[in-house]
Design a protein around this ligand. Structure first.
Ligand SMILES: [Zn+2]
Length: 243
């Protein structure tokens, strides 16, 4: 199928004739331009080129374009490409992939936990429920995974993204609020395979182990609504993730 191309201020959108994306392209442009503006301002990053945004029909198609043939709802590819499903059921647009692409201008840390954390910080939510509410639920239900464990990619992949992503997002937000965006960016850009804890201590002037514990106390101090906890429980149960 041939792509139809539509340019906006910061994007080049690609979509198919007759697709839902075509019908809703104005709405998509407004949404992504809003996300773009917010992420670039927050990270103080300027994109050299427009982002090529491919609105695909299915997760299979996204996997094919990405190149690994693994079906997935959306993915970002260096330096400036996004492939995302936009159909009846799945509309994978918003902050997440754009945050990945825009943050490539800062660095690409080896720790997936940090990369997904920054993207999830901009999302603020998973299944429309705030990241912190998920983390609080995990802590209350013995499902919380220590960050010390998650910074190793092998471990990160062992768990469902429904568990790892909100923890990553809530932790990135905690660091940004505690230390400010500039120090966060310095830390994010400093990361190598084996320097997470030493770089953390050097830049934030606190040992990682202390912040790991303080993060849990912080999350535990935020109130959540019972109805939201019930929804989280239901979502986890439906995916066989409940302990
Ligand atoms: Zn991501």
């Amino acid at each position: 199928m041939e792509w139809i191309i539509r340019e906006s201020d910061n994007y080049i959108f690609h979509y198919y004739a007759g697709s839902i994306a075509e019908k809703q392209i104005e709405k998509i442009i407004n949404l992504q331009e809003t996300c773009f503006d917010f992420i670039c301002s927050c990270l103080e990053v300027t994109m050299e080129t427009k982002i090529n945004y491919y609105l695909c029909n299915s997760p299979t198609e996204v996997g094919e374009f990405y190149g690994d043939n693994e079906p997935c709802n959306a993915c970002a590819k260096e330096p400036n490409e996004i492939y995302a499903v936009y159909n009846d059921q799945i509309k994978c647009v918003g902050f997440h992939e754009d945050a990945h692409v825009i943050s490539y201008n800062l660095a690409i840390p080896p720790q997936i936990f940090m990369r997904e954390g920054l993207a999830m910080f901009f999302d603020k939510v998973s299944l429309q429920i705030p990241n912190y509410a998920w983390v609080k639920f995990f802590m209350d239900n013995h499902m919380y995974i220590r960050i010390e464990e998650l910074i190793t990619n092998e471990n990160f992949y062992q768990y469902s993204d429904l568990i790892t992503y909100p923890i990553a997002g809530a932790f990135a937000e905690y660091l940004i609020l505690m230390f400010g965006i500039d120090k966060f960016k310095t830390f994010y850009s400093s990361l190598k395979e084996d320097n997470f804890e030493s770089s953390f201590h050097a830049i934030f002037k606190v040992p990682f182990s202390i912040i790991d514990a303080k993060f849990k106390e912080y999350i535990d101090s935020i109130g959540t609504n019972r109805t939201i906890s019930n929804i989280i429980q239901k979502e986890l149960k439906s995916r066989n993730l409940l302990k």
